[in-house]
Design a protein around this ligand. Structure first.
Ligand SMILES: NC(=O)c1ccc[n+]([C@@H]2O[C@H](COP(=O)([O-])OP(=O)(O)OC[C@H]3O[C@@H](n4cnc5c(N)ncnc54)[C@H](OP(=O)(O)O)[C@@H]3O)[C@@H](O)[C@H]2O)c1
Length: 250
């Protein structure tokens, strides 16, 4: 029985890996990326009630940014600060996204969900709305958290994820994440796709690896959400990864 399971699972996992594979992303558009906008920005955080999103909001406020937290349920955020504004909305509702987008300098997205087991387009349709609103409101920069294991990082979440977790639990989710990445790559915004390894709620270490070679084909690399937020915030003013999709892990 176990052999039959493996005989089905392994080819399926390999086919899924091929389907999730894409060439290294390349940025479109010719606008200069350096905005020279200093260190105090107006930042829209999508997914602000999530585990990474809360870190983004908290650290952005600590750094002196003006933050708009885009949330479905304001009661869930439970944070107050003079520089924090809450915008109630849903990424699938374009009007609410555009309304929150007005006047922003940049967008940080830590959008995610738990509807793993049926096909859906929450991440990609949400990102389509975000990109359209960025265009309409002339917001130039997007930093979006996705994940290792798709595009040119296929396999880099390690063997257990490549052969078990992705095929058995996350196939639909990662497929939509890939679609989300493709929309970002095709856009003319100054985008950075951030692909962390397995997320933890540990303390920030302040030191982590980033770049196209992060991740292991054998074992999962981990990274605390606090450090993901630290890296994402740095991408607001650092142009080194604009138009790229660095991995992130210890
Ligand atoms: N878990 C891992 O090990 C891992 C590894 C690599 C990458 N990632 C990726 O990293 C990202 C962040 O993960 P996380 O675990 O920190 O996030 P999370 O806790 O799952 O939070 C997701 C956020 O997205 C929001 N959201 C969902 N649907 C929405 C909608 N329709 N409109 C507006 N907001 C919506 C949620 O709002 P509500 O609070 O209202 O639900 C929540 O704030 C995800 O994309 C995830 O796939 C995860």
């Amino acid at each position: 029985m176990f052999r039959i399971f493996l005989a089905v699972l392994i080819p399926y996992a390999l086919v899924l890996s091929v389907l999730l594979w894409r060439k290294r992303p390349v940025r479109h558009g010719t606008k200069p990326v350096s905005r020279g906008w200093g260190n105090r920005l107006r930042v829209l955080v999508i997914g602000a009630t999530g585990a990474t999103g809360r870190q983004l909001v908290q650290q952005a406020l600590e750094q002196g940014h003006q933050v708009t937290a885009f949330v479905r349920d304001p009661a869930k955020l439970n944070m107050a600060h003079a520089n924090l504004r809450i915008a109630r909305g849903d990424v699938l509702d374009y009007a609410s996204v555009e309304s929150a987008m007005r006047g922003q300098s940049a967008v940080l997205s830590a959008l995610g969900h738990k509807r793993f087991f049926y096909p859906n387009r929450i991440q990609s349709d949400g990102m389509r709305n975000i990109l359209q609103a960025m265009n309409t409101c002339d917001v130039p920069r997007l930093v979006c958290e996705t994940a290792l294991g798709i595009g040119n990082s296929v396999g880099r979440l390690g063997l257990p994820h490549t052969f078990l977790i992705l095929p058995l639990l996350l196939a639909f989710y990662m497929w939509d994440k890939l679609r989300q990445e493709q929309l970002i790559i095709a856009s003319d915004r100054d985008w950075v796709i951030v692909r962390p390894g397995v997320l933890t709620n540990g303390e920030a270490r302040g030191s982590y690896r980033h770049g196209p070679k992060v991740g292991s084909y054998l074992w999962p690399v981990k990274i605390a959400r606090a450090d993901v937020a630290d890296f994402m915030l740095k991408q607001l003013t650092d142009d080194a990864y604009v138009g790229a999709a660095p991995g992130l892990g210890y």
